[in-house]
Design a protein around this ligand. Structure first.
Ligand code: RB5
Length: 153
């Protein structure tokens, strides 16, 4: 899969650790920055990741900030993005399987590298269970909400 990853200063170090890990899993990684741990703004990097998902330039996105919360709030403003903070492996795969989550948000100040690896692997290995009618129906309701309130680019 094509995976785009981004982080602010709070997530920079974890992003640097995750990039080679994701490549070793067999994915192609686009690094949207930040490229240093200098103070930066999470909406900038959440936005760069979200745009790749919105424009179908990447299959999955990962955004890392201090808590994961700011990145998640910002990413979810982009049409087509379904982002969530996951700090456990169950949510990381179930969010894809049931909800078609396409952006994983992580708080580098909350979890350590080993758990982040397991969470990222769970997220990337998971597939939306599109054969389950109730998941499709719920996703369509989410897409309808997005369409109803979307004001365009
Ligand atoms: C940066 O200090 C921090 O506020 C940011 O990384 C993030 O945690 C916001 O949600």
């Amino acid at each position: 899969m094509n995976v785009v990853i981004g982080a602010d200063h709070g997530g920079f170090t974890l992003k640097e650790e995750l990039r080679p890990f994701i490549e070793k899993l067999g994915h192609t990684v686009t690094d949207a920055g930040a490229y240093s741990d200098e103070s930066s703004d999470y909406p900038d990097f959440a936005g760069l990741v979200a745009e790749k998902i919105m424009d179908n330039k990447a299959d999955r996105g990962i955004v890392i900030c201090g808590s994961g919360v700011g990145a998640c709030v910002a990413a979810n403003k982009f049409p087509g993005v379904r982002a969530s903070v996951c700090h456990d492996t169950y949510s990381a795969h179930q969010g894809v399987e049931h909800d078609d989550m396409n952006v994983l948000c992580i708080g580098a100040r909350i979890i350590g590298t080993a758990l982040a690896h397991d969470i990222v692997r769970s997220f990337l290995d998971a597939k939306f269970a599109s054969d389950v009618e109730r998941y499709r129906r719920r996703l369509n309701k989410v897409l309808d909400i997005e369409k109803k309130y979307s004001t365009g680019k």
